[in-house]
Design a protein. Structure first.
Length: 341
């Protein structure tokens, strides 16, 4: 059983096309944190008269020093929340330029061009004030809690350069099955990072990290030790699909599974039981996962991109490149709400 709910955005966000490029979402009491992949901002929407509106936007550069500055997009692909913190992560992916029709020579040249945009290679942690209320707000400092970033020479992708599974994919653009982060989930001091790519012979990859405040700079993060390493890898058989988002549900982890390459589908939501309380590297077979929902998708549009569990246990799904019938005249976009067990 499912129905639609409107997320309504202000004129500035509509001009920036945030409402048609939604890439990350997390519930916050009766409200939502959302982000698009074409800006370096996060947005808060509050529940009001049957829809989410009252948008408030927050530029990440107001809280942390972004590697490429305020103007460049951060390609935020995951939002997480826990213990009074809001987390945001960039895709950490390289970008191949799109081929445009008309001039074959220019198209070939564009397809040969791979870009690295430094604002994509960030993990940001923001203190929250007023958690669970419509006025919840991220701040730069709250007592000894400070906004902090993992970026620059410490970025997560570069820490994988000696990884036996992932290192070969670091020079490959995300949409070519290279490294591409899409989704985070927080449980205590543990942060799970879902990879859209690479997919290794049908197996998707999750990273587990434990970010800490850097001892020499409270506005920087470092990675804590896990079994003598700065991260841990988990392998989950999604039958050839990659991770498009992660969302905690109690001690379980919900995975939005979809294509790693530039394809429309299939897309489904799977549950990994007990994932958030297990403390060992995991190799999870397909039959150990529970299918929660098979999601509809369009042809060239309506790509399920973000999950949030609402207070009543329902699952809210937002879409990148929404179909025309998802757009409202008032500047909103419809998300789907599914009843799940």
């Amino acid at each position: 059983m499912r129905h639609r709910v409107e997320l309504r955005f202000d004129l500035a966000s509509r001009d920036a096309e945030t409402h048609t490029n939604l890439s990350a979402i997390r519930s916050e009491g009766s409200g939502l944190w959302v982000a698009g992949d074409e800006t370096a901002t996060i947005e808060h929407l509050a529940w009001h008269e049957g829809r989410y509106d009252g948008q408030r936007g927050f530029a990440l550069a107001d809280f942390v020093d972004l590697p490429a500055g305020r103007a460049d997009e951060a390609d935020i692909e995951g939002l997480g929340r826990g213990d009074g913190w809001l987390w945001a992560i960039g895709s950490h992916s390289l970008k191949r330029r799109r081929a445009k029709p008309g001039d074959p020579r220019k198209a070939r040249k564009r397809l040969a061009t791979v870009l690295r945009e430094e604002n994509r290679f960030i993990l940001v942690r923001l203190p929250l004030l007023g958690e669970g209320t419509p006025e919840v707000t991220p701040v730069r400092r709250d007592g000894d809690r400070t906004a902090a970033i993992l970026a620059g020479d410490d970025n997560l992708a570069d820490l994988l350069e000696d990884d036996p599974h992932l290192a070969p994919f670091l020079t490959i653009p995300g949409k070519d099955n290279g490294l591409d982060i899409e989704g985070i989930a927080v449980k205590g001091d543990r942060l799970f990072v879902g990879l859209r790519g690479p997919v290794l012979r049908g197996w998707a990859v999750l990273l587990e990290i434990r970010p800490l405040t850097h001892p020499s700079d409270p506005h920087r993060l470092r990675l804590g030790d896990i079994d003598g390493e700065p991260y841990r890898t988990h392998f989950v058989n999604l039958r050839g699909l990659g991770v498009r988002d992660l969302c905690p549900q109690g001690d379980d982890l919900l995975l939005l599974a979809g294509p790693s390459m530039d394809l429309d589908g299939p897309v489904r939501v799977l549950r990994w039981p007990g994932a958030l309380i297990a403390d060992i590297p995991a190799v999870v077979a397909a039959d150990e996962l529970e299918t929660v929902a098979d999601l509809a998708y369009g042809e060239g549009d309506d790509h399920p991109e973000g999950l949030a569990v609402l207070d009543d246990g329902s699952l809210l799904v937002v879409y990148d490149s929404p179909a025309p019938d998802r757009l409202t005249p008032e500047g909103g976009v419809y998300a789907d709400v599914l009843k799940i067990r």
